[in-house]
Design a protein. Structure first.
Length: 423
């Protein structure tokens, strides 16, 4: 196995940690079409903060039989025999799967494939996508025959951005292959770096489906709690107090209300729904859960406006601060952040909205959402805790709030005695 040469395609939140771990044992090429990303990594830096810089440097240095190098030159891929694809699989504005990054990666690999090569996909897709959408592209561009000249595998990523405890090697990995022999080879490859172990699925489609339902299940569970929050708000009941009481029963699933975004939970259910609809089944539960969760940002904004009106605060031209813009706490990942929904809805009321986030990259936020992050905080009529970064627990809110200000906590993160309301 040590003779295998591995190329990781895509060096984001998933690809870089994977490249580092494989780089400890094998000769690995980290490939990305973003030349700025490659330049950054060659300097031993990672703006996503997902890489342990000490381990990162060790992987780059490597040994005679291992090591990690970086490139954006397609020609360099010719030297490798195993290709692991970790490109993003987002949704478009119509909430349909956007397979363009996956298709482009498959076309590129088709042009470098050699007999005996293996292509392993980690990107989240709907069941059947690897063999129905990607394999034909590989065959067409390579002129090779699937399962005769080249082979495929699928091992869904389970990276949890910002989580420094449940890291790549500590999360059990689902694996699969296009033939029984390749499945075993793919499984052994991941077993060599995953200390938590692996689960070899019967086939690629089952492995794809397992990933799709992981996040769909969590999304539906959260949507139920979010719907309860909407109901209890009308009853003037604190949702978290209710959940604390209910959680005293041993089998209660203690989910919390909140904004549901990110690269997985807010996206993957649409992939599963898309495939179901193509087969003539319109999923009721999955899509109803999505509708509830997608509207929570609008609910938060309108709730804050109502609270301001109740306190006699003039809404028009009021100044509101949103704390946090990343999709989750203590990480820099802004993909599919639903905090933006709060921002946009408040702007509809002619409110002056500032957004502060010590973890987010200012340039990325401006480029992706056209929101300019602030660093100089003022006095605000309302403050919305949107992301529970540890930094915010230390805040002295008296320095940034007016005498009659609203503090709204979407995460039940702040001391209850300092907030006016919480989700």
């Amino acid at each position: 196995m040590t003779s295998k040469k591995i190329a990781i395609i895509g060096l984001g939140y998933v690809g870089l940690p994977l490249a580092i771990e494989f780089g400890k044992k094998y000769n690995v090429l980290g490939f990305d079409i973003d030349i700025n990303r490659i330049a950054e990594l060659k300097k031993g830096k990672d703006h996503t903060h997902e890489a342990d810089l000490n381990i990162f440097q060790q992987a780059i240095k490597g040994t005679a039989d291992s090591g990690l190098i970086f490139s954006s030159d397609v020609k360099d891929l010719n030297l490798y025999t195993i290709y692991i694809v970790t490109v993003p699989t987002p949704i478009d504005k119509f909430k349909k799967p956007d397979l363009l990054p996956l298709i482009k990666a498959s076309r590129m690999l088709g042009n470098v494939l050699k007999k005996g090569d293996i292509v392993i996909y980690e990107s989240t897709v709907y069941p059947g996508c690897t063999e129905e959408d990607c394999v034909p592209i590989l065959e067409k561009n390579s002129g090779l025959k699937y399962n005769k000249d080249f082979f495929c595998g699928y091992s869904p990523e389970r990276i949890n951005p910002g989580d420094k405890v449940n890291t790549l090697t500590k999360i059990k990995k689902v694996t699969s292959g296009s033939t029984p022999a390749i499945a075993i080879e793919v499984n052994r490859l991941y077993q060599s770096i995953i200390t938590a172990g692996t689960h070899l699925a019967p086939n690629i489609k089952i492995a794809e489906a397992s990933k799709a339902i992981e996040n769909a299940q969590r999304d539906v569970n959260i949507s139920f709690i979010n719907e309860l929050a909407l109901i209890f708000d009308r009853m003037n009941i604190d949702t978290n107090d209710v959940l604390e009481a209910a959680a005293t029963k041993w089998n209660f699933l203690n989910y919390k209300p909140g904004l549901v975004g990110g690269h997985c939970i807010g996206v993957d259910p649409y992939y599963l729904a898309y495939k179901a609809e193509s087969l003539g089944y319109y999923p009721q539960v999955i899509l109803s859960g999505r509708r509830v969760n997608d509207n929570m940002g609008i609910f938060v904004a309108n709730k804050v406006v109502k609270l301001m009106l109740q306190k006699g605060i003039n809404v028009k031209n009021a100044r509101v601060l949103i704390l946090g813009v990343t999709f989750k706490e203590n990480c820099s990942d802004i993909r599919n952040s639903r905090v933006v929904d709060i921002y946009k809805e408040l702007k509809q009321f002619s409110i002056k909205v500032d957004v502060f986030d010590p973890h987010a990259d200012e340039k990325e936020v401006l480029k992706e959402y056209n929101i300019k992050l602030v660093n100089d905080l003022k006095k605000y009529d309302s403050i919305i805790l949107a992301v529970s970064h540890n930094d915010f627990i230390k805040f002295d809110f008296n320095l940034i709030k007016k005498e009659n200000s609203i503090i709204y906590d979407t995460k039940s993160f702040l001391p209850q005695n300092i907030v006016d309301s919480r989700l």
